[in-house]
Design a protein around this ligand. Structure first.
Ligand SMILES: [Fe+2]
Length: 460
């Protein structure tokens, strides 16, 4: 059941069912009507103010009136108020129909479920409006409204996004919690305060504009800093690529191959992300290597080789200074280790080399072989495949080499234009050559699977 339309249809169906379910608490319309008008207008207005969060997420300030709606309005008025606000905003922004159906349905489900649960606990109007105030019931109502709003909405979004992106449901939930959890909690808390203030004295709710504006500004500032950090580190990596015309776009291709390999190896989503990011900056430390060494067309002397080798330790040391890049530092440090223990900087061997580094090493070597160098032309795909097979078990992990060859046979790598087979006959010859190399690699050392240590999985 991976189809997106099917999942959207399921969410839509659930929305209809929860919408017609009778309310668990009844409140007189003269009590909630002014709040319904103000909250619906607030929801519509704040739908237009979103704060971008790292990795593509966004916080809508509309969370504030949404949570207040759950606490102040009865079911199904609360769900209808939020659905109307989302519908208006998405129609003005000309969002695709499928997306509108999903978003409106998801909010109807979220608000309705939260309304029902809140109704089972009590009534905010009574808990906050009477003296002495029932603070325990009020606290329970706040926690249930905020948590249900966040969890149900997050789960519905992950349910559909996992079908669209092939990413695991739990991974998406976890990423969402990490990226938006705190900011959503902040906005939900303002929503709880809004409802308490409204019950005591509606005019006082105006003062909440100040903390809401501070939250929004702070989040925007964090987002800006993070994106500037990413751009700065990637710019340094690009400077390295640009210094040598032969390695132009090398890092982008390594990242793309490493990503394809990590997905093929079915490692955790966290490691897939780290590997792609590390591939993009794997040679960052070459900023510290002088041009006379980096661009030297003849073999390096011992001193020059030692200078070149420092790019792994320098790159890792730079990345460790940035919280966003630190998880990939070990991959960068060890991307020149050899499977038989003859590489650098630490001479690690076999599975002692971090899995991500073994993946980037194969991606890096394949791109280096198939790119022009001052001292040799780019190898053909067949020549590169045979080099990979020769180095399998010595320089590279045989399981990863096997997967690389399979990706090439099945044309699932995003190869540069000059490497792509243009005719059917050429494609056929390449597939036969690759199959031969693959069987040689598969027959090699007996290992058929890779093992991802738990520590790497938790590294992000
Ligand atoms: Fe390197």
């Amino acid at each position: 059941m991976r189809s997106v339309p099917l999942r959207v249809a399921i969410v839509g169906l659930v929305a209809v069912v929860v919408l017609i379910t009778p309310p668990t608490v009844r409140i007189d319309s003269s009590v909630w009507l002014p709040a319904a008008i103000v909250l619906t207008l607030l929801s519509i207005g704040l739908e237009f103010i979103t704060v971008s969060l790292p990795k593509g997420g966004a916080l809508s300030l509309a969370t504030i009136p949404h949570v207040a709606t759950i606490l102040l309005l009865p079911h199904p008025v609360a769900a209808a108020s939020v659905a109307l606000a989302v519908l208006v905003e998405e129609m003005i922004h000309r969002v695709a129909v499928m997306k509108i159906i999903f978003n409106v349905s998801a909010y109807v489900v979220t608000i309705s479920v939260a309304s029902h649960l809140v109704g089972l606990i009590g009534n905010a109007w009574i808990a906050a409006g009477h003296t002495p105030r029932d603070v325990f019931t009020l606290a329970a109502l706040f926690v249930v409204a905020g948590l249900t709003y966040y969890l149900v909405n997050g789960a519905l979004v992950a349910f559909v996004v996992s079908a669209a992106t092939q990413r695991r449901f739990l991974f998406l939930l976890r990423i969402n919690a990490r990226n938006t959890g705190l900011s959503e909690l902040g906005a939900a808390t303002v929503g709880m305060l809004f409802s308490a203030l409204w019950i005591i004295e509606p005019a006082w709710t105006v003062v909440l504009a100040f903390p809401a504006a501070v939250i929004a500004r702070s989040l925007q500032y964090i987002r800006q800093l993070e994106s500037e950090t990413r751009d700065a580190v990637k710019s340094i990596a690009e400077i390295v690529d640009h210094r040598d015309p032969n390695t132009y776009h090398h890092s982008e291709r390594v990242a793309s191959y490493a990503l394809a390999l990590a997905e093929e190896l079915d490692v955790s989503d966290d490691l897939i992300e780290i590997v792609e990011q590390a591939g993009l900056v794997h040679d960052l430390g070459k900023v510290a290597v002088p041009d006379r060494v980096l661009l030297k067309p003849t073999p390096l002397t011992d001193d020059e080789r030692a200078a070149m080798w420092t790019h792994t330790t320098v790159g890792a040391a730079i990345l460790r200074k940035f919280r966003l890049f630190a998880p990939g530092a070990d991959i960068v440090l060890h991307h020149h280790e050899n499977f038989d223990g003859t590489g650098y900087p630490d001479g690690l061997a076999g599975e002692g080399i971090p899995l991500g580094a073994r993946i980037v090493a194969v991606a890096d070597a394949f791109d280096a072989m198939t790119s022009n160098r001052p001292y040799r032309r780019a190898l053909t795909l067949e020549e590169a495949l045979s080099r990979l097979r020769d180095g399998s078990g010595a320089q590279w992990d045989p399981v990863i080499v096997g997967n690389m060859i399979r990706l090439i046979i099945e044309e699932r790598l995003d190869l540069p234009e000059h490497l792509r087979p243009r005719t059917t006959a050429r494609r056929r010859r390449l597939q036969i050559a690759a199959s031969v190399e693959l069987s040689a690699v598969a027959a090699d050392p007996g290992r058929t699977a890779i093992h991802e240590p738990a520590a790497q999985e938790a590294a992000l």
